[in-house]
Ligand binder design. Structure first.
Ligand code: C5P
Length: 282
């Protein structure tokens, strides 16, 4: 609560927005006569309203308790020689945001992550991997014990057939590297899943986002595919914000407005809880 001009000032508003993006909840000041004599928005909310909001937040805060969520995040690195690798532009931000949100909402969270610059959220069990093959092994070894698998990782599709033991020298003008397909972890998860397990995949596309996402839903046996357009630099890879469309098995489609990855994470968890586990409807 504060003076209305102070509250409306863009510095304050920008800081509030930043905190909201990080997941901080606000109980906004209300309109009325302010202590300084001005009228406007800046008055402390009614204490009864404050208590009610806190109570509802606390209930929502633990709505994932009793469930285990496995999240994969970040890129993979496919080595070429001891110092070089193939990788991609994934930052891991989306997967980490999901892991953090699920943990905050009471879930047990297993995060299987490729190399990123991010600090793993507190309270989350982290397995660090480098290659697609290692991520595959890690996911397969843990998938039985979880209720939901969210594959936000940008797994490399190809890996070098041969990894040189020594650093490759620039002895010729051209270098040909032979690549082979990596295991499709999501498709294998889709095959091995048990009834009642929810599988969520991501689709990072640069064109025909919707068509490829629909196709992936079927091909990978996922319950939901979260599709985003990575041809834009302000959303998708390495950005803090994302605009996604979510496709569900039974024809469900929703396009969400541009929002922070934290907010996408929470909305996705809401969706899985209500659409898949039917929580709140029983
Ligand atoms: O086929 P595509 O790579 O576009 O599919 C993306 C989805 O599949 C993501 O959820 C990604 O984590 C997953 N994936 C995977 N293993 C691969 C390739 C992609 O699990 N080898």
């Amino acid at each position: 609560a504060m003076n209305v001009h102070m509250y409306r000032h863009w510095t304050v508003q920008e800081n509030i927005r930043r905190l909201k993006d990080r997941g901080v909840e606000f109980i906004d000041p209300v309109e009325g006569l302010l202590a300084c004599g001005y009228e406007g928005q800046g008055k402390l909310a009614d204490p009864a309203d404050i208590v009610e909001k806190i109570q509802s937040l606390l209930v929502k805060a633990r709505d994932w308790s009793g469930r285990t969520v496995l999240v994969t995040a970040g890129p993979t690195r496919e080595p070429l020689d001891p110092v070089r690798f193939f990788s991609n532009r994934s930052s891991g931000k989306m997967g980490y945001a999901i892991a953090e949100a699920a943990q905050r909402r009471g879930a047990r969270v297993l995060l299987i992550t490729g190399p990123t610059h991010l600090r793993p959220p507190a309270g989350v069990e982290v397995t660090a991997v480098e290659t697609a093959e290692q991520m595959y092994e890690a996911v397969m070894s843990r998938m039985e014990e979880v209720d939901v698998i969210i594959k936000a990782a940008a797994v490399a599709d190809y890996t070098a057939v041969q990894v040189a033991e020594q650093k490759i020298k620039k002895s010729s003008d051209q270098l040909t590297v032979q690549l082979r397909r990596t295991p499709d972890i999501l498709a294998e998860v889709g095959r091995r899943r048990r009834p009642g397990q929810c599988v969520v995949g991501f689709a990072a596309e640069t064109e025909q986002v919707d068509r490829y996402a629909q196709d992936k839903l079927v091909r990978k046996g996922a319950d939901f595919i979260v599709a985003n357009d990575v041809s834009r630099s302000d959303i998708g890879f390495d950005a803090d914000n994302n605009r996604v469309s979510v496709f569900g098995k039974d024809g469900f489609v929703e396009t969400w407005p541009l929002m922070s990855k934290r907010q996408v994470a929470d909305k996705l968890l809401d969706l899985v809880l209500h659409q898949f586990f039917k929580k709140g409807q029983e």
